[in-house]
Structures are given as structure tokens and as C-alpha cells.
Design a binder for this molecule. Structure first.
Ligand SMILES: NC(=O)c1ccc[n+]([C@@H]2O[C@H](COP(=O)([O-])OP(=O)(O)OC[C@H]3O[C@@H](n4cnc5c(N)ncnc54)[C@H](OP(=O)(O)O)[C@@H]3O)[C@@H](O)[C@H]2O)c1
Length: 267
């Protein structure tokens, strides 16, 4: 399997959850890591842990929902390492509210900016360097990027948009040596559920998930990195996700009911 040893990697959403785990796992391969997120203190803590594990890691605080920040992230990574082999687009935010309960509709724009536009801006800024390196673009989507999930209208829309954008980009990149991998996790233990915005646009504050019954962030990180190494096209991280993709073609109502039950049960 391909190794990331010595590769220059820009990883967004590295301060917590799945991104933090990916940073720590990548650090063991003596990678050069440009770590991005908004929380500067948490990010520099992760950078220190990565350096202790053998990586050359820098923290670049920034908001991926702001185009200028995305362009600066790429510039800073290139200044530091002189090249870019992997663009790992992981930063994301979630929501947990039915449309008829939402009182702050600005959440739709926020989710679109962070989950979709940030990835588009970063890919655009990093593309020349990735082509030069015959590198990898890795996008962390969700099963909610493939099917409708109740209480997630704006989140589903932002993740579906990623598939359209990066499927089109993959075709444009044919023959350049740059791969585009989209990974769709099922539920994972992380900060995202506690931070998900509720009907009033404020974070829920506590996770409604049954965390003992869902995938750990470390396991999810390892699966995403394996997909990236193998330059896979699309990887779904649960059996129900994989099965659902095919069943949906002839029994879409059944998949709707499974999605509704998963949200109601929290696993
Ligand atoms: N956990 C799940 O159940 C699950 C399932 C499917 C897909 N995913 C996807 O997995 C990815 C990682 O999520 P996670 O579960 O690890 O969530 P998490 O624990 O909440 O971590 C999210 C990361 O994204 C960063 N982030 C959020 N908004 C940002 C912004 N505007 N600018 C820069 N960074 C930002 C956060 O850092 P700061 O707050 O410091 O900015 C944090 O580092 C997301 O794309 C998510 O949609 C998660």
C-alpha cells in the first residue's frame, strides 16, 4: 500500500474529531502536515502531538467558510513545504433540526460555506501544486451526501454539492495523475453532534447520539487514510450505507425509513 512518508499534506478540521485522529495517524509516517481549523489553541496542541510522533507539523488557524482564509491556507502550506501532495478536505459542521422548526435560516448559508464552498475554494487554490505533485484530493463527505436524512436538510444539501463538484473535477483531472477520493462515513463519535446547530442556529450542546453504538473517530480516520492511499474513487464506511446505495434504486422509500429510524435512535 502507498505510503505518505515525507509527503506534504494540508488537512482541514484538524483540531478535533476525525481530523485530529487523521493528523495523529499521519504523523507516525513522518509527513509534513499543514493543519487547519479555527481553534488556534486546539490546533497547536495537535501540531505539538504530531511533532512528538515524528512529523513536521505547522498549525494554520483559519475559517474555511471564508475564501481569503482558504487561499491563505494553501499559500502558507506551500511556503512551509514547497509542495503539496495531499489535500485532505475534512472540516465540517452539522445541523439537527426539522425545516418546520428552524427559526434561524442563516444556518443554510453557513453549512454551504463551510461544508461545500470551503472545499471548492481550497481545491481551486491548491490545484496547480497538486497537479505538479500528481497528488491526491480527499473529500470527507457523509452518507448524507448520497441520500436524504431528516433533520439534516442543509447538511445533506452541502454534502450532495461536494459529490457534484468533485465528481466533475475528477473527470477534468483525467490523465494528470491527480486522484479524487470521496469518503462517506456513517455516524462517528466526534464533537460534531454536540456542536450541530439546532433550530435557533445555536449549538445543541450535547450529543443526541448513542456513542457506544457508532464508529470511533480513530477507526474512521484509518479508513479514510486507507482509501486515500489506494486512490479509491468513492468509499462508504458502513454496510448499511453500501447496501442502501443499491437498494435505493428499486426501493427508495425503504431507505428513507431506515434513515429516519437511524436519526430517531441515534445510531
Ligand atoms: N461524526 C460523524 O458522525 C460524521 C459522519 C459523516 C461525515 N462526517 C464528516 O466528517 C468531517 C469531520 O467531522 P467530525 O465528525 O470530526 O467533526 P468535529 O469533531 O466537530 O470536527 C470538525 C472539525 O472541523 C473544523 N471546522 C469546523 N468549522 C470550521 C470552519 N468554519 N473553518 C475551519 N475549520 C472548521 C473544526 O475545528 P474548529 O472548530 O477549531 O474550526 C474541527 O477541527 C466533517 O466533514 C463531517 O461532515 C462526520
Amino acid at each position: 500500500m502507498a505510503s505518505f512518508v515525507g509527503q506534504a499534506i494540508l488537512l482541514t478540521g484538524a483540531s478535533a474529531g476525525i481530523g485530529r485522529e487523521m493528523a495523529l495517524q499521519l504523523a507516525r509516517e513522518r509527513t509534513r502536515l499543514a493543519l487547519a481549523a479555527r481553534n488556534a489553541a486546539a490546533l497547536s496542541e495537535v501540531a505539538v502531538l504530531c511533532r512528538e510522533r515524528g512529523a513536521d507539523a505547522i498549525a494554520i488557524p483559519g475559517d474555511v467558510g471564508v475564501e481569503a482564509d482558504c487561499r491563505r491556507l494553501v499559500e502558507r502550506a506551500l511556503e512551509a513545504f514547497g509542495r503539496l501532495d495531499v489535500l485532505l478536505l475534512n472540516a465540517g459542521q452539522d445541523m439537527w433540526a426539522r425545516l418546520d422548526q428552524i427559526t434561524d435560516s442563516s444556518l443554510f448559508e453557513r453549512l454551504m460555506r463551510v461544508n461545500y464552498l470551503g472545499c471548492a475554494w481550497l481545491a481551486h487554490a491548491a490545484l496547480p501544486a497538486l497537479v505538479k505533485a500528481k497528488g491526491r484530493i480527499v473529500v470527507v463527505s457523509s452518507l448524507a451526501g448520497l441520500t436524504g436524512v431528516p433533520t439534516r436538510t442543509g447538511y445533506c444539501a452541502s454534502k450532495h454539492a461536494l459529490h457534484g463538484f468533485f465528481d466533475a473535477l475528477r473527470v477534468e483531472l483525467a490523465g494528470t495523475g491527480v486522484s479524487v477520493t470521496i469518503v462517506c462515513p456513517d455516524f462517528v463519535v466526534s464533537e460534531i453532534h454536540r456542536r450541530a446547530v439546532g433550530p435557533d442556529g445555536q449549538p445543541l450542546g450535547e450529543s443526541p447520539m448513542q456513542e457506544g453504538k457508532i464508529m470511533s473517530a480513530a477507526a474512521c480516520a484509518a479508513r479514510i487514510l486507507a482509501a486515500a492511499r489506494a486512490r479509491r474513487r468513492l468509499v462508504l464506511l458502513s454496510w448499511r450505507g453500501k447496501l442502501g446505495r443499491w437498494v435505493r434504486m428499486f426501493a427508495p422509500g425503504l431507505i428513507d425509513r431506515i434513515a429516519a429510524r437511524a436519526v430517531a435512535r441515534g445510531h
